[in-house]
Write a protein that binds this ligand. Sequence first.
Ligand SMILES: Nc1nc2c(c(=O)[nH]1)N[C@H]1C(S)=C(S)[C@@H](COP(=O)(O)OP(=O)(O)OC[C@H]3O[C@@H](n4cnc5c(=O)[nH]c(N)nc54)[C@H](O)[C@@H]3O)O[C@H]1N2
Ligand SMILES: Nc1nc2c(c(=O)[nH]1)N[C@H]1C(S)=C(S)[C@@H](COP(=O)(O)OP(=O)(O)OC[C@H]3O[C@@H](n4cnc5c(=O)[nH]c(N)nc54)[C@H](O)[C@@H]3O)O[C@H]1N2
Ligand code: SF4
Ligand SMILES: [Mo]
Length: 669
Amino acid sequence: MEKVFHAACPLNCWDSCGFKVTVIDGKVTKVEGDPDHPITKGKICGRGRMLEKRVNSGERLLYPLKKIDGDFIRVSWEQALDEIALKLKEYKENFGTTSVLHSHDYANGGLLTNLDSRFFNCYGGVTELTGSLCWGAGIEAQNWDFGDAYSHAPGDLLNSKNIVIWGRNVARTNMHLYEQLQKAKKSGARLFVIDPIYNATAKIADQYISIKPGLDGLLAAGVMKEMTRMGLEDKEFIEMHSVGYQDLQVLLDSVSLEYISSVTEVPIDTITHLAKVYAQRPVATMFGLGMQRYANGGNTIRLIDALVAMSGNIGIAGGGANYASKQVGQSFHTEAITLPNRKKESRNFTMMKQAEGILTATEPEVKMAIVTCGNPLTQLPDTNKAKRAFSSLETLVVVDQYMTDTAEMADYVLPVTAAFETEDVYYSSMYHHYVNHGPKLVEPPGEARTDEWIWSQLANRLGFGEDFAFTREEYLNLGLSSLNKEDITIESLRETKFAELPVDSIPWSDRKFKTPSGKYEFTSTSAVKAGFDGKITLTLPNESKWTNPNLAEKYPFSLLTIHPLRSNHSQHYHLLGNEPEVKVEIAEDIAEARSLTDGDQAVVWNDRGKITGRVSLLKKAHPGTINIDEGIWGKFGGSVNQLTSDLESDNRQGSTLYDCLVNIEKVTI
Ligand SMILES: Nc1nc2c(c(=O)[nH]1)N[C@H]1C(S)=C(S)[C@@H](COP(=O)(O)OP(=O)(O)OC[C@H]3O[C@@H](n4cnc5c(=O)[nH]c(N)nc54)[C@H](O)[C@@H]3O)O[C@H]1N2
Ligand SMILES: Nc1nc2c(c(=O)[nH]1)N[C@H]1C(S)=C(S)[C@@H](COP(=O)(O)OP(=O)(O)OC[C@H]3O[C@@H](n4cnc5c(=O)[nH]c(N)nc54)[C@H](O)[C@@H]3O)O[C@H]1N2
Ligand code: SF4
Ligand SMILES: [Mo]
């Protein structure tokens, strides 16, 4: 019998779409968009539609596996859980609970994925990961400048006169913003795209500005210089609602426009033009995350924030420094689920330095890691170091749906439920302000179990089973308890399918910022408290011809590793039909310098590693730029992270994945 249900996309994505899912005889047969969803309105991307394949694939993990003499053997849940619990007990007794590392990312946007933290907190507190490979540098930057990272509601874009897409690959990664851009353009807004790659969003822009990777902060400084010269800054905002503007002016005076133009490789005329654009309020700046994955990433975002602020585009309809929507996640009572007070010990590694941490930590050494909602062997920078680290562990447990690069290395692999196999509520702190309900629609295959069931089984064996003696409905109501005054409960969400969260659609309109001074901070007191100089600086990427000329001579090209069109990170490659291959996209000047053409095989390398793939020319890309989409598995020729660096960003909270110089050469067979 065929039946259509509402559901929600669980993938880590800006859009958090509402779904209509067809089920026939207990099997998901089709995933489509829910036309009733107020933001996503029935349109979804291929990654969402492909969830049908992801749940039904014959490659799903069906049983707990244990590695014996290098081979995986099927074992019972009883055996796997008993043995893992025994290890957790022994490590706790012999070395303390922080000898266990919880390695994770954010692959599933469900509220109850947070139950992993509840488990590790009740166990006594493990080594945890801080910061983020994804957006950490920018989040910290906005914490310093505004006190938090808040975006305008999507519909507010229709109030903008000018829209600047600054390093966001909208047409590929954020399809409903793309739709919104087309609407805004129709109603007269002008669109600017700043990116080293002439992408599909750049194609619909009124002006595309090509920039050398990693130098957007400097470009923003140039625009601020020109605004100051022309007297275009918003003096009232600066005087009444900010601190530290003098410091910013001193910084801007320390560089010439000619220097900025020569380093960013953006013509002076374009910089002057952008200054005029920023003065024609309201201007919405939509930040992407690519440009902050550099050693200077925090300062890059602070400089663009400063531009948005000094031009008077904060807290006004149609404006905004739109980077993240942290208000969304903050609407939930997450602590009721994670129980942070139960921790007795703690130790942190940054997400970027988890491999380094595993290899070098003492007192205690890391003995065991449990991986949830992440695939570090593909997604972490410096894959070769990650391999050394994860293979040095005494015990590696991976909880996943597929035999990923990380699962391949595990001692125990535990099969977990996928989309539509368990009830949850889904949200993304990236774009819109709605929470979506996702019911359980089908049974999981084989012996796959929910993450929650796995935690409760281990908790029972470790003596804190009472902390997990709740139903899913009870956990969901705990997490939603902060929303009861809005009449949002799990019962109501089952009926309404989605609900608007109580968030400000125009953040900071009251000019009350969450910084220590209550004002917008061009110079940050939170940064000083964290041990940094609170002033913004004009730093450059770590790997560039200015910062490291010798390296740049050996490795003259910038390697970007942006997000793939048809896969969410590593999650869809193996389901794409044709065997995926590494595509090496190169700017036209590189093709000429290395005599490369479409279809050639080329090797791309640096001191950390090398990767081989098929060349494809990138029309109009910034000179010297190469891109290899991230996420490709080891067995298909990846991971491209063999080449990337595990250095942290300037404020230590972000990655430097795109701050990467390489060389390239044709492979002749
Ligand atoms: N199809 C697809 N969509 C996704 C994802 C996916 O894997 N696949 N992942 C989701 C996730 S987790 C995230 S974090 C978001 C990310 O969403 P985006 O921020 O849109 O995407 P990224 O690939 O991180 O960033 C790439 C953009 O930054 C540009 N860029 C790189 N370096 C610079 C620079 O120095 N300056 C400027 N101005 N631009 C630069 C790249 O050319 C590219 O256009 O996408 C989400 N959506
Ligand atoms: N070179 C390079 N590297 C990058 C990036 C880049 O742009 N360039 N982007 C970075 C960014 S922005 C991000 S967000 C990270 C993403 O990094 P990851 O989150 O590690 O990447 P995914 O491929 O999404 O892997 C998630 C894994 O979680 C599993 N999973 C899905 N749902 C569940 C669940 O409910 N429970 C459990 N236990 N497992 C589940 C999936 O099967 C998959 O194997 O990668 C980062 N790495
Ligand atoms: S991956 Fe993103 S755009 Fe695609 S269906 Fe899911 S939430 Fe929507
Ligand atoms: Mo991300």
